[in-house]
Write a protein that binds this ligand. Structure first.
Ligand SMILES: NC(=O)c1ccc[n+]([C@@H]2O[C@H](COP(=O)([O-])OP(=O)(O)OC[C@H]3O[C@@H](n4cnc5c(N)ncnc54)[C@H](OP(=O)(O)O)[C@@H]3O)[C@@H](O)[C@H]2O)c1
Length: 319
């Protein structure tokens, strides 16, 4: 740990969220003074709020994590706010950061959902613009990807400094388990636990199970964000992943086994699989700022299940 963060002021938008809370504790542990704006006090989809936030907090660094985020069901149900809220929040934060005198650098979080539906595996950053994203991910993925262009043109024209990171699917303790917004891992942990408790003989699962995902433990993602904020100053996007591809079928079977659910898994191919395959090349992150994911998937999954079982009310609260 360097002394870089000692006494620095950092704003973490979305700092009360799943990833945000881990980023905030890491920054605080490194000596930073961290402001966590809540949406009820600073609604970042409203013009002028990002400027007011930066005037109130005077940060040297911004980590912009505030977003509307959910799993495949949420993406299907709420495409309009997923597009517009995410686009507006990032746009306002980038512009406010550009003109705020105290701000040295802004870290922006992209998403693996921005990649084209059929990207060669492993996804390399150069492929980001080679096609349209998988349809259910497109409103969210395109809004997020627009922030990269915004930051790049501001860097070219005004010298604004930023880092743009593209994590794969996050998971870990503190994740959201409410069905309205949960991603595949928390959704399946909750269903397997309930199916076991209720003695269900069968459990329905969306899709064919053949699609693959790459899961990144939330602490690994937070470590990358803090490292990039300190050390990475380029204008190219950087993937964050583990280099391990897991099919949805393997994911659900592993969760069922860890939870102790031994009923039959009934796959429903009429429901969408989402993007067919996902695994990113994480080489650039190691090369540019020395980051590599540490958490083995099975251990991270165990921690997530244990946290859920110990914190069910908090985990399942309404978004
Ligand atoms: N989760 C994943 O799998 C994943 C994968 C790739 C990238 N990411 C990116 O990582 C970041 C964090 O994701 P997460 O899963 O931690 O999300 P999260 O738990 O849903 O947290 C998002 C936070 O955004 C804030 N927010 C939402 N609308 C806002 C608004 N209008 N104004 C101000 N703040 C607002 C909320 O603050 P309040 O609590 O105050 O309302 C919330 O705490 C996002 O940028 C996301 O796109 C996530």
């Amino acid at each position: 740990m360097t002394s870089f963060w000692q006494g620095r002021r950092v704003v973490v938008t979305g700092g009360a969220g799943f990833l945000g809370r881990v980023v905030v504790s890491r920054l605080q542990a490194a000596g930073a003074e961290v402001a966590v704006p809540r949406s009820r006090d600073y609604d970042l989809t409203v013009p002028g709020q990002a400027e007011r936030l930066l005037a109130d907090t005077q940060p040297s660094h911004i980590v912009h994590l505030a977003a509307r985020v959910g799993g495949i069901g949420y993406n299907q149900a709420e495409p309009a706010p997923l597009y517009l809220s995410n686009l507006l929040m990032g746009t306002y934060v980038i512009e406010a950061a550009r003109t705020a005198p105290s701000v040295e650098k802004t870290v922006l979080l992209g998403t693996v959902c921005s990649y084209p539906k059929f990207t060669p595996v492993p996804f390399r950053e150069e492929s980001l613009w080679d096609g349209y994203p998988e349809e259910t991910n497109a409103p969210y993925g395109i809004a997020k990807k627009a922030h990269l262009i915004h930051a790049q043109v501001n860097a070219a024209q005004y010298g604004q400094r930023f880092a743009y990171l593209i994590p794969t699917n996050l998971y870990g303790p503190g994740d959201k388990f409410h069905p309205a917004v949960s991603h595949v891992i928390p959704a399946r942990i909750k269903r397997c636990v309930e199916a076991k408790e209720q003695g269900e003989q069968k459990m329905d699962v969306w899709g064919t199970g053949r699609a693959s995902r790459e899961y990144l433990y939330v602490d690994d993602a937070a470590a990358a964000i803090v490292l990039a904020a300190e050390h990475y100053d380029g204008t190219e996007p950087v993937n964050l992943g583990t280099n391990r591809e897991v099919t949805i079928r393997e994911t659900v079977e592993l969760i069922a086994q860890m939870v102790g659910y031994d009923g039959e898994l009934v796959w429903d191919p009429t429901k969408p699989d989402g993007q067919p395959r996902r695994r990113v090349d994480p080489g650039r992150a190691e090369e540019l700022f020395g980051w590599r994911a540490q958490m083995p998937f099975e251990d991270g999954l165990r921690n997530t299940i244990d946290w859920y079982l110990a914190n069910r009310a908090e985990a399942e609260r309404e978004p």
